[in-house]
Design a protein around this ligand. Structure first.
Ligand SMILES: CC(C)(COP(=O)(O)OP(=O)(O)OC[C@H]1O[C@@H](n2cnc3c(N)ncnc32)[C@H](O)[C@@H]1OP(=O)(O)O)[C@@H](O)C(=O)NCCC(=O)NCCS
Length: 169
């Protein structure tokens, strides 16, 4: 099942082919991608593949990636996820976020994250939600702290040591 989430300023829509242009604009920015994957901007083919794989995971698990859309302009300003760490079904569930650079500094990531956390706790019924990031990604760590998440230190995921935070229900 694909679940749409809404907040005061945002709409979170499960990834769909119609989001391609907005997601390409987001993921082809080297500054946005600096701490993600191998740090290189995504290509059109990679964005298409990520939409296809998110759609498949929505069907299979009932959670995956959303496009983060401004209610007042319908613009795609970012993306967020609830997923198994490393997409390994045996791993804990994590939340993630990224925003277009011109939308940093307005609380949009925190606002979207609160809706994704409520979904994970209330709809999926998970007992704890994790978040992982590159240890130098201060902006992302600040979002985790703002959400009241607690540090679990550095752990080996995604082929490197990442900072891990947790929020219990
Ligand atoms: C990580 C990322 C999403 C954080 O974005 P952000 O804009 O700093 O975070 P938020 O949207 O929660 O906004 C918080 C900032 O807005 C300010 N703000 C303004 N209005 C606000 C409001 N209504 N509510 C909360 N914060 C508000 C806060 O004071 C804070 O400002 P500060 O950076 O000066 O402390 C963004 O930097 C990004 O996309 N980075 C690249 C991708 C990435 O690395 N993602 C994480 C991978 S793990």
């Amino acid at each position: 099942m694909r679940t749409l989430l809404e907040t005061l300023r945002l709409r979170l829509e499960p990834f769909d082919e119609t989001h391609f242009a907005g997601l390409l604009a987001l993921n082809s920015d080297p500054v946005v991608m600096q701490f993600l994957g191998d740090g290189s901007p995504a290509t059109a083919v990679e964005v298409q593949a990520s939409i296809a794989s998110a759609k498949e995971r929505w069907e299979r698990f009932g959670f995956s990636w959303w496009s983060i859309i401004r209610q007042d302009s319908d613009e795609i300003i970012g993306a967020g996820c609830v997923q198994h760490i490393e997409n390994e079904p045996g791993n804990p569930v994590e939340i993630g976020w990224r925003l277009k650079r011109d939308h940093w500094g307005h609380g949009y990531a925190t606002e979207a994250a609160r809706a994704m956390i409520a979904f994970a706790f209330d709809v999926l019924g998970v007992a704890a939600i994790h978040a992982t990031t590159h240890p130098s990604n201060e902006r992302s760590i600040n979002v985790m702290k703002r959400l009241g998440m607690r540090s679990l230190g550095l752990q080996p995921y995604y082929g490197r040591l990442v900072a891990v935070y947790v929020l219990e229900r």
